[in-house]
Ligand binder design. Structure first.
Ligand code: PRP
Ligand code: ZN
Length: 298
């Protein structure tokens, strides 16, 4: 392996795989990946992508095998607690919060079962693949329950008689529904994060980390942003500026032959809805145009 190339670990197959690859592509990375290949070579950046099990991502950064990782906060927090229980400090730094991979670690009981707050958990058997997060949740609520640690297929544990309820990730809720389980309590809200090694990297690698971070910020800003152009009477400028969602200082351009009207161009950091356009029109705007923003660099 080339010591001067960054190594970034992402989930091999799962909910984070597509959005992770999409983010990297939007950051300008071109990768070549053979079928079933575990590593993809970045053709236009000194960055290679490793495809691994999501649970292994914190360890890979912890052990300096990878410099960077894209992983769910759920996996990261579980690992942090596990390390702490063994007297180790986490050696990964969370450097960005990402706008995908939203889900929650939640408690779910069989459809017919009752639940009246955390105290109903007393003496119950709870199946999970997140024993440390669950243990913390129970400890903070002063509840004594039995944690049944499984490596997967947690949702069928109640039916098999191995547990009374479960503590598992919920995203769309379809797994719970298919298994006749009802979500009752959130243990942790989660989303994807970017982690990096706390080690000082050689200058070239460090420079690429900084560039990647800037591009990620740009990509995330752009997803919500729109470029809006319109014509308006000079007298309505104040009102129109107030109507433009999340825009800083719009560009005002004179219109040849129309001394009372101007063109306004602005980047809106929020989506522009039909209702906004209708209000702008009411305020005197015309020739309204909303365009997607392709790239942004602050
Ligand atoms: C989680 C969880 C459920 C499913 C819930 O697994 O264990 O099986 O997702 O999603 P839903 O609410 O949309 O049905 P995950 O994808 O994290 O797989 P992993 O635990 O094997 O990494
Ligand atoms: Zn996993």
């Amino acid at each position: 392996m080339d010591e001067l190339r960054l190594k970034l670990a992402i989930q091999k197959s799962g909910r984070l795989t597509e959005p992770s690859l999409d983010l990297l592509v939007r950051c300008g990375l071109k990768i070549s990946r053979g079928k079933d290949q575990l590593m993809a070579y970045g053709e236009n950046m000194p960055l290679d992508v490793l495809f691994v099990r999501d649970d292994d991502i914190p360890d890979l950064v912890q052990e300096d095998v990878c410099d960077l990782g894209l992983v769910g906060l759920n996996v990261l927090e579980e690992k942090r607690l596990e390390l702490a229980s063994r007297g180790h400090a986490a050696r990964f730094q969370q450097v960005r919060t990402l706008d995908f991979g939203r889900c929650r670690l939640a408690l779910a009981v069989p459809d017919g079962a009752s639940f009246e707050g955390p105290s109903s958990l007393r003496g119950k058997r709870i199946a999970t693949t997140y024993p440390y997060l669950l243990e913390k949740y129970l400890r903070e609520r002063d509840v004594c329950a039995e944690i049944v640690t499984l490596s997967g297929a947690v949702e069928i544990a109640p039916r098999l008689g191995r547990a009374d309820l479960i503590c598992d990730l919920v995203s769309t809720g379809s797994t719970l529904q298919a298994n006749h389980l009802r979500e009752v309590e959130t243990v942790l809200e989660s989303h994807a994060v970017l982690i990096r090694t706390p080690l000082d990297l050689p200058p070239l690698k460090d420079e690429w980390v900084q560039r990647l971070l800037m591009r990620i910020d740009g990509v995330q800003q752009v997803r919500e942003s729109k470029y809006i152009m319109l014509h308006a009477p000079r007298s309505a400028l104040g009102e129109i500026r107030k109507l433009l969602p999340g825009s800083e200082s719009p560009t005002i351009i004179p219109l040849e032959g129309f001394p009372d009207r101007v063109a306004i161009h602005a980047v809106c950091r929020e989506n522009v809805f039909w209702e906004t356009l209708e209000s702008l029109k009411k305020a005197g705007a015309s020739a309204l145009l909303v365009l997607p923003v392709e790239k942004m660099l602050a």
